[in-house]
Design a protein around this ligand. Structure first.
Ligand code: ZN
Ligand code: ZN
Length: 300
């Protein structure tokens, strides 16, 4: 769910406003700018905080604060880079922290860094002064190849069958695998990480043994996603109702909240089943790998 900052024009994913149990009126960039969230009023965030049971941190009524003066052009580029980062792989996030990225973005906004947006995330990161050489080769699969793979494999992990957006090298880069399309397959983040440096044939073999678990995971994921979107729809209805009527608490909002809470209970249960299945599969495949390695050593 995207929220709008009370201080700058950025529209960002909700986690840019959340820290621990607190939901701020202004975004993480503005907090880094040294602005005080208590000076800013953000009605939507206040309602949203109530919906997801976080503490709203901001002014409780309209206050006389000025908006950050960011040109639409800057705003568009910054939003684009942040959004690419939000959905980037763990490899990127391990190398570049969100705080580091925000700092460079502010420097760019203050004209301390020059950036010509060419629409390529990694080129933009380089221009922001990050060393992307150290990032895994996987990240260098170009946009059109990536899009082709998404389309060809219907955004489905070819190992477990769940939703997948990770590009997996059939023969791992660490074992000399290339970026040729014949060496690329679509997987989910989890299978991608789990496979790691394992030879493809091994992973395929271990993965086949967890077929029954994989099928359960697919069903579980679907149920969780359905429940989540239905819960989000309810949250939006509640936010819209509160916005329209300017009422934060009445019989109607109570009904909404009860339904959201009931769904949350279901969701918690599903999530915990899902988590145990994931762990079961992960541990099984990992132990298969350990045994295979030992056997291989013996043969040598
Ligand atoms: Zn902001
Ligand atoms: Zn998978």
């Amino acid at each position: 769910m995207k929220l709008t900052c009370a201080s700058c024009p950025l529209r960002l994913e909700s986690f840019h406003f959340i820290k621990g149990k607190r939901l701020f009126s202004i975004c993480d960039l503005c907090r880094l700018r040294g602005l005080n969230f208590e000076d800013y009023y953000n009605y939507s965030n206040q309602v949203y905080a109530q919906v997801i049971a976080l503490n709203y941190c901001g002014a409780s009524k309209v206050s006389a604060t000025t908006k950050q003066n960011i040109t639409p052009e800057f705003c568009r580029i910054i939003e684009e880079i942040i959004s690419e980062y939000d959905y980037a792989s763990v490899v990127v996030k391990k190398n570049i922290s969100r705080g580091q990225l925000n700092e460079r973005l502010l420097a760019y906004e203050n004209h301390e860094i020059n950036l010509v947006n060419v629409g390529n995330f990694f080129d933009n990161l380089t221009q922001l002064g990050f060393n992307v050489e150290s990032l895994h080769n996987l990240q260098r699969v170009d946009h059109s190849t990536r899009m082709w793979l998404y389309h060809h494999y219907h955004q489905t992990c070819q190992y477990c069958g769940r939703i997948g957006y990770s590009i997996d090298h059939i023969n791992p880069v660490s074992r000399g695998g290339s970026n040729e399309i014949s060496n690329l397959i679509l997987s989910c983040n989890e299978c991608n990480k789990l496979k790691g440096n394992m030879p493809y044939e091994w992973f395929q073999e271990f993965n086949l043994k967890t077929l029954a678990i994989n099928q359960k995971l697919v069903i579980n994921e679907k149920q969780i996603n359905q429940l989540k979107s239905s819960q989000e729809a309810l949250s939006r209805q509640l936010a819209a109702y509160s916005h329209r009527t300017r009422i934060l608490q009445d019989d109607q909002t109570t009904i909404y909240r009860q339904r959201i809470k009931a769904q949350q209970t279901l969701l918690d249960g599903l999530n915990s089943d899902y988590q145990s299945l994931r762990n079961l599969r992960k541990n099984y495949i990992k132990s298969c790998y350990q045994i295979a390695l030992i056997n291989k050593k013996r043969e040598e």
